[in-house]
Design a protein around this ligand. Structure first.
Ligand code: GAR
Length: 216
């Protein structure tokens, strides 16, 4: 069967991109990454993609007069590579309403909190300030409202006494690297159904191993 063509959008480090590339390296993984688009020229993730032989493109918002024209340029690039699923992996640019409409139900993001708690920036700081005992990451569909689209899957981690933003981020990131390739697999296998603003993943039992990292 033909693999699902995935376009990954990044702005920085690219560790989620690296996790997706690793997963897609397995012969039986049902998705392939056909392009990586960055809005930042110095994003280290661009080097990760290039090293894996994946075509990369820089689309700088500086070259576009407004959000929608930037979004359309990104979209053109994705279309050029036949993308069927757009995966945001640390993409730190807010879209105009046009982009989520163009890619409705085929645009996903991963966010380092258990949404709807702690939207926006400095998410781990927000979690520590709130004193929560459990945090994690959320894979969700992207809608025009920031960090508010229908939730696909979540993975939790404990928040430990003495945690810093760095230690909590690292613990959550390990779960992101497990969760995101799994979610992309579900899309490629046609298991994701969206109805009435809710996501149903067919044939998947709740995987308790995602609830906590083996090693905090
Ligand atoms: C990840 O922790 C991701 O969840 C977060 O940015 C980081 C990117 O790391 N995304 C957001 O906060 C989006 N709201 P990476 O570049 O190493 O994948």
């Amino acid at each position: 069967m033909a693999k699902l063509k995935v376009g990954v959008l990044i702005s920085g480090r690219g560790s989620n991109l690296a996790a997706l590339i690793e997963a897609a390296g397995a012969a039986d993984y049902p998705a392939e990454i056909t392009c990586v688009v960055s809005n930042k020229a110095d994003a280290p993730g661009l080097g990760i993609a290039a090293a894996a032989g994946i075509p990369t493109t820089l689309v700088s918002h500086r070259d576009h007069p407004d959000r929608e024209s930037f979004d359309r340029a990104v979209s053109t690039e994705l279309e050029r590579h036949g993308v069927g699923l757009v995966v945001l992996a640390g993409f730190m640019r807010i879209f105009s309403p046009w982009f989520p409409a163009r890619w409705a139900d085929r645009l996903i993001n991963i966010h380092p909190s258990l949404l709807p708690a702690f939207k926006g920036m400095h998410v781990q700081r927000q979690a520590l300030d709130a004193g929560v005992r459990v945090s994690g990451c959320t894979a969700h569909l992207v809608t025009p409202d920031l960090d508010s689209g229908p939730i696909i899957a979540q993975a939790a981690v404990p928040v430990l006494a003495g945690d810093t933003e760095e230690s909590l981020s690292a613990r959550i990131l390990r779960q992101e690297h497990r969760l995101y390739p799994l979610v992309v697999r579900w899309f490629a296998e046609g298991r994701v159904n969206i109805s009435g603003g809710k996501v149903m993943v067919q044939g998947i039992a709740c995987d308790a191993t995602l609830l906590f990292s083996p090693q905090p």
